[in-house]
Design a protein around this ligand. Sequence first.
Ligand code: NDP
Ligand code: 8X3
Length: 245
Amino acid sequence: MNKVVFITGATSGFGLETARIYAKNGYKVIALGRRASRLEKLKDEFESGVIHPLVVDVRDKNAVFEAVKNLEFKNIDILVNNAGLALGQDSVKDANLDDFEVMIDTNIKGFLYVTKAVLPLMNRGGTIFSIGSVAGNWPYAGSNVYGGTKAFVKQFSLNLRNDIRGSGIRVTNIEPGLCKTEFSLVRFGGDTAKAEAPYADTGYVKAQDIARIIYEISNLPANVNINRVEVMATTQSWAGFFFEK
Ligand code: NDP
Ligand code: 8X3
C-alpha cells in the first residue's frame, strides 16, 4: 500500500521539490496550489495516479474543507503545511495594510484551515510538517507581520503536539533561512532585481535541500519526534545588536 502525502504550495519552491521527492520514492502525492497549469505539469512528470492535483486557495475556508472531504484518500500519512508568502519588507509605518492581511490570511488562517481539515485523516506514525522561518525566531527590519505569522506557526505547531498526545502523530516545524525559490519574487511584487539581491554573492539553501530534510525526518523511526529544525545556509549568520549613536 502506498503512503499518502498532502502538500500545500506544491506549484513552486519547497512544496514542488517535496512533492517530487515523495513521488520518486513511491508515495501518492496530493499536491495543492492555486496555479492549475503548474500542478498539471507536475502530474505529467510521473506515472498516472502518483500526483493528485488540488486547485485550492488555502484562504478559502469552505474550499479547503470541501476539497479534503472529496478526496479519494481517507488516510494521510504526511502533511506538509507549506503554502505561504511574504509581501513587502517595508517598516510598519510605510507597509501596506492589505499585504499584512494577505499574509495573515494565508500563513495563519489558511494554515489552520488545512490543519483542521486534514488532521482527522492522519494515520498513526505519520508526521505533520509546518513551514515556519528564521523570521519567526529572529527579528529583522521589515519582517514585522511576516515574522509574526511564522512565530505563530512555530508556537501553534508545538501546541498541536500537546493537543494530539497519544495519537502517535508527529509534528515538526521546519524553520528555513535564506533559500532560493520564488519567495523573493513574490515578496517584491515580481521585481527581479530586488528579488535576486538577497542571493547575490552569497550562498543559499536550495528547495531540494529542504525537501530532503522533510523526507528524511518523516522516515525516522516512529518513536522519534523532531520538534523544530532551524536551517540556514552555511554563509548566513547573525549581525549582532544594533546601537543607535
Ligand atoms: P514559493 O513562492 O516558491 O512557493 C510558495 C507556494 O505557496 C507556491 O506553491 C504557492 O502556490 C503557494 N501559495 C501561496 N499562497 C497560496 C494560497 N493562498 N493558496 C494556496 N497556495 C498558496 O516560496 P517558498 O517555496 O520559498 O515558500 C514556501 C514556504 O516556505 C512559505 O510558507 C514561506 O513563507 C516559507 N519560507 C521560505 C523561505 C525562503 O527563503 N524561500 C525561508 C523560510 C520560510 P500558488 O501561487 O500556485 O497558489
Ligand atoms: C524567509 C526567510 O529571512 O527572508 O522566511 O524571512 S527571511
